[in-house]
Design a protein around this ligand. Structure first.
Ligand code: FES
Length: 580
């Protein structure tokens, strides 16, 4: 496809607020001028929003005010008029019950803030996990020219001479303490070593994955994803993105021009190549739903299946985002996909050029960080989508983070009815469990938790860990942190709280996991399964009121992106009714 820029100059959307001499135009301009803004800023130039998820309660985004200033420089230079505004910031490490419960709420905030104000285009300043999809979803539903700038990852963590990855080592150290291999004092000392600079998680967790997805989709300038938060080139990226959005408005280059089916296929393949987070599955399905692209869970398997994971980053590999940047970053990976015939090269990006034009000259500066295909971490790196009587609508597993010997496994189920049941019993030495068992966790899906928390990689029982075992098959309707690892079946759909077959698994049932054949099977007869489902009654807590109730009543399954039923689709930028 090719993009045809619109004619310029033309009357912009912002002129409805600022471009005239009526009482209302004066009203809109006059109040804005209390900020000390000169007259000529209202002369019909593009008005650009800087949609900022800065918050001290989202530590990964706490440096975004500085970046916003850099964006403003770029906007002014290019002849635009920048206006920064805050939106709900969903901080992964602090927000309870889980940041995911507020992704859709934040997307509504973004959507209405964009539509209701005199903006012609917007820069989306994001970083921490859910901030990226929530802003992309909101912007996609309005379809004004939009560009993503991420805050960038933290510098490498170091502890006792070793690289320490955000999240990944939190899980590792926690298990090591339980196994008696690390003292509690050492664990406490590692706390500060893990997070030693501004920025988002430095592993290929959900934040880095979603930054990579934004770039692979064409919604960020090439090279954006990996630049560390504190590197001066991150500021340059913000500055250039500010310049670029002004031209995007002049060209009328919108998300609907960029977020095409081809772009989503590119992103799915990129996710396989980087060993990205399973959370990307849910977020991309939700974003696609906002622009009306028919993307399915099966597409993740179809397009990702044969993509080797070549980015050697934790949690699947060894290095961290800082080293990925020095090695050349995401453009090298996308170029590799193009050379392998796995890229829709003509997909348009925010640069107004094709994705191939953006990456064709990229070079790999470290072949131990971005591996040659023959040394890939796994040859089939995409997200495996499993189906069977235990997951009629699908479940996902990340092969690059799993143990190869467990990818085909049959085991006795040990069932936890919910996360509290798990916490109450997992450390009990009397629990009848060993490493051949399959741990099953229910009621942690979108409705069950609510919000679908990242507890799918539930820790192993201490008595198993003490044998030196580090992985077991785990199945749930929960999500897993992108920084986590293990042979973990996630997003089992329909979820237990919605009456999916997961709800009726009993301790002692045999389960077969067969990842090469994409199968997840509960070994009971069809009749038994039907009878159990007939007898099932919900046991999860249903919130009485408030946003939690809205969430419970309207959230859709993980297999379609866990968006609200009433938010699907693009509603455009026209304001339904003028209030003045
Ligand atoms: Fe914010 Fe990981 S907790 S990016």
């Amino acid at each position: 496809m090719s993009f045809k820029p619109a004619n310029w100059p033309r009357k912009l959307r912002s002129a409805e607020w600022f471009g005239g001499t009526s009482r209302d135009h004066i009203y809109h301009r006059s109040w804005m001028k209390n900020q000390g803004l000169p007259d000529d800023l209202f002369d019909g130039r593009p008005v650009i929003g800087i949609c900022n998820t800065w918050s001290q309660l989202t530590p990964c985004n706490a440096h975004l005010r500085d970046l916003a200033e850099r964006v403003k420089h770029g906007i002014y230079e290019a002849g635009g008029f920048p206006l920064e505004f805050p939106v709900f910031s969903t901080g992964e490490s602090t927000l309870r019950p889980t940041a995911m419960m507020f992704r859709n709420l934040a997307s509504m905030d973004v959507e209405e803030a964009l539509r209701g104000t005199p903006l012609d285009g917007v820069v989306l300043l994001v970083g921490c996990d859910k901030t990226t999809p929530s802003l992309l979803m909101g912007a996609a539903s309005v379809d004004l020219p939009s560009i993503v700038v991420t805050g960038g990852p933290m510098l490498n963590g170091w502890f006792q001479g070793e690289r320490v990855g955000s999240g990944t080592h939190l899980w590792k150290f926690s298990e090591a303490v339980k196994a008696g291999e690390m003292t509690q004092e050492e664990f406490l000392e590692a706390e500060a070593a893990m997070s030693r600079s501004p920025g988002s998680c430095n592993t290929m967790g959900t934040a880095s994955t979603m930054a990579s997805m934004a770039e692979a989709l064409g919604m960020a300038l090439s090279g954006n994803a990996a630049i560390p938060a504190v590197d001066s080139r991150r500021r340059v990226m913000a500055h250039l993105s500010g310049r670029r959005i002004v031209q995007m408005v002049k060209d009328d280059l919108k998300p609907s021009d960029i977020l095409t089916r081809q772009a989503f296929e590119n992103a799915i393949r990129t996710n396989g190549a980087i060993g990205g987070s399973t959370n990307a599955v849910i977020h991309l399905l939700a974003i696609a739903g906002r622009v009306g692209v028919d993307l399915s869970l099966e597409d993740w398997d179809r397009f990702g299946r044969d993509v080797p994971t070549v980015v050697n980053l934790m949690p699947s590999g060894k290095y961290l985002m800082e080293e990925f940047f020095y090695a050349g970053g995401l453009p090298v990976v996308i170029k590799r996909l193009g050379e392998a015939g796995m890229l829709n090269k003509d997909a348009i990006t925010v640069a107004g050029e094709t994705v191939w034009d953006q990456v064709k000259n990229a070079r790999n500066w470290n072949e131990d960080v971005i591996l040659p295909v023959e040394k890939a971490l796994t040859q089939q790196g995409g997200i495996a989508v499993l189906k069977g009587n235990l997951a009629p609508h699908g479940a996902v597993l990340k092969p690059s983070a799993a143990s190869p010997h467990l990818l085909q496994h049959r085991g006795r189920a040990v069932v936890f009815e919910d996360i509290d049941d798990y916490k109450a019993r997992i450390e009990d030495d009397a629990l009848d469990i060993d490493e051949t068992c399959i741990m099953v966790l229910k009621n942690c899906g979108p409705k069950g938790y609510p919000g679908m928390s990242e507890v799918g990689n539930m820790g192993l029982p201490p008595k198993v860990l003490k044998k030196g075992i580090t992985d077991m098959v785990r199945i749930s309707d929960a999500r897993m942190s992108g920084t986590a690892y293990g042979t973990v079946v996630l997003h089992t759909s329909p979820e237990a709280a919605a009456g999916g077959p997961l709800a009726v698994v009993r301790t002692g049932d045999m389960i077969e996991l067969d990842v090469p054949n994409r199968k997840l099977h509960l070994e009971i007869s069809e009749e038994d399964l039907a009878r159990r489902l007939d007898e099932w009654t919900p046991s999860h807590h249903v919130p009485d009121s408030g946003y939690a109730r809205l969430f419970h009543d309207h959230v859709q399954g993980a297999d379609t992106g866990a968006d609200f039923d009433f938010l699907k689709g693009c509603r455009g930028s026209a304001v339904p009714k003028d209030s003045h």
